[in-house]
Write a protein of this length. Structure first.
Length: 404
């Protein structure tokens, strides 16, 4: 077969014959890569044609893969009508040398491959020793660069906790004047994991920030997903490993404990009186003291009104003119916790002039009363003695009779 005929790739369906029957277990199709050797200068486009020949009634899908592509180069499989081409775009960074390019076809569990040699030079001429001048002319007049794009991720793995999020970026870069919009999608996501993008369906270059979210029931462990970029009839795929971990158990917050006690729980006062009550606080955090329930005209204050922890403060009270019974609440608060104690306050009306208290008598008044009673008793005794003496003087006793 002439060189020019081999350059055009034709996918054909052939009937099995004695000359084409393959041994059992071999792939029911064959791949032929032409030309066998091709020479290009750095920065030029190298194009190989592929011929796929099937045997029997094989009609399955064949996936193509290229290996041995020179560093600094990109490649695509281009389908034009019934022809398939492997186009390798070299760059000025591609090292000079000879490279074995391998094309692998896989379908229905079978695999077939073929290889060719690509020579990259920095010379002024590009030729192939094994191809005809017609083939060489076809290679040197091909476009300088095929329009294409690439997909890259900021990392190949990411960790996310159940109920949490993680982020990774996907960058799309065009080459050869590629300007078609590129759409990002994902495949292989397990239940409970979602991925969203802040931008999508744009011409390159652009970078999309991917937000990876895991639900509380997302399966734990490693999961391999594919990030797929599609545009201009081309598809690029990048693999991402997502590791889902159990969220750390949250430690319950420890509330500080605060207790308050008073030196007395009830108190009776009159307007104008003053009283002091000791407030004892037990706490492992600083606390502020406050009072509620007092009548509006009563003055009060804590001394001090803030404690650095456990301690004692004095509550000074001075009622106004409002009378009645009041329930006062003494509070100590701090660190999100609070303790309290209750004081029952009875404010009586002012005492009227001359008013005596029933059932009680001051000690000084009782002493004065006893002294007064004693003085009266003594005066009465003296008066009785004087009366007896006076009567005796006014009625002298008769003389006693003489003794016989």
């Amino acid at each position: 077969m002439s060189g020019s005929a081999e350059i055009d790739l034709i996918i054909s369906q052939q009937t099995t014959s004695a000359s084409t029957t393959q041994p059992s277990g071999e792939a029911p199709f064959a791949i032929s890569l032409r030309p066998d050797e091709l020479t290009v200068r750095r920065g030029e486009l190298a194009q190989f044609s592929l011929m796929i020949t099937t045997t029997g009634a094989f009609t399955g899908r064949i996936n193509l893969e290229a290996q041995g592509i020179p560093p600094g180069s990109t490649y695509i499989f281009a389908i034009e009508g019934l022809s398939v081409y492997l186009r390798i775009q070299t760059s000025q960074l591609t090292p000079e040398g000879s490279y074995e390019v391998i094309v692998i076809g896989r379908g229905d569990g079978y695999e077939a491959r073929d290889s060719a040699t690509l020579v990259v030079t920095s010379g002024t001429q590009a030729s192939s020793p094994t191809t005809s001048p017609q083939v060489t002319s076809q290679q040197t007049t091909s476009p300088q660069a095929a329009a294409s794009f690439s997909l890259s991720l900021s990392g190949d793995s990411v960790e996310v906790t159940r109920g949490g999020n993680a982020r990774i970026s996907a960058s799309i870069t065009g080459s050869g004047g590629f300007s078609s919009p590129v759409t990002l999608s994902v495949s292989g996501l397990p239940d409970g994991i979602t991925i969203s993008s802040d931008v999508n369906n744009l011409p390159p270059p652009f970078t999309a920030n991917l937000l990876i979210s895991a639900s509380a029931g997302a399966p734990l462990g490693n999961h391999t997903i594919s990030v797929v970029a599609t545009g201009g009839g081309m598809t690029r795929t990048a693999t991402l490993r997502v590791t889902v971990r159990q969220a750390a158990a949250s430690q319950p917050s420890v509330q500080p404990r605060i207790s308050v006690s008073l030196s007395q729980n009830s108190l009776t006062l009159r307007p104008g009186d003053r009283a002091s009550i000791a407030v004892s606080v037990t706490s492992d955090v600083p606390v502020n003291l406050s009072l509620s329930g007092a009548p509006a005209d009563m003055s009060y204050r804590f001394d001090p009104d803030r404690l650095g922890g456990s301690g004692i403060s004095s509550l000074l009270l001075s009622p106004g003119s409002t009378t009645g019974s009041f329930t006062l609440i003494v509070r100590a608060s701090g660190g999100g916790a609070e303790g309290s104690a209750t004081l029952i306050l009875l404010i009586q009306p002012p005492e009227s002039p001359g008013e005596t208290q029933t059932g009680t008598m001051p000690t000084a008044s009782l002493l004065e009363l006893l002294i007064g009673v004693l003085v009266v008793v003594i005066l009465l005794g003296v008066l009785a003695l004087l009366l007896v003496r006076r009567r005796a003087l006014s009625h002298p006793a008769p003389p006693s009779p003489p003794n016989p």
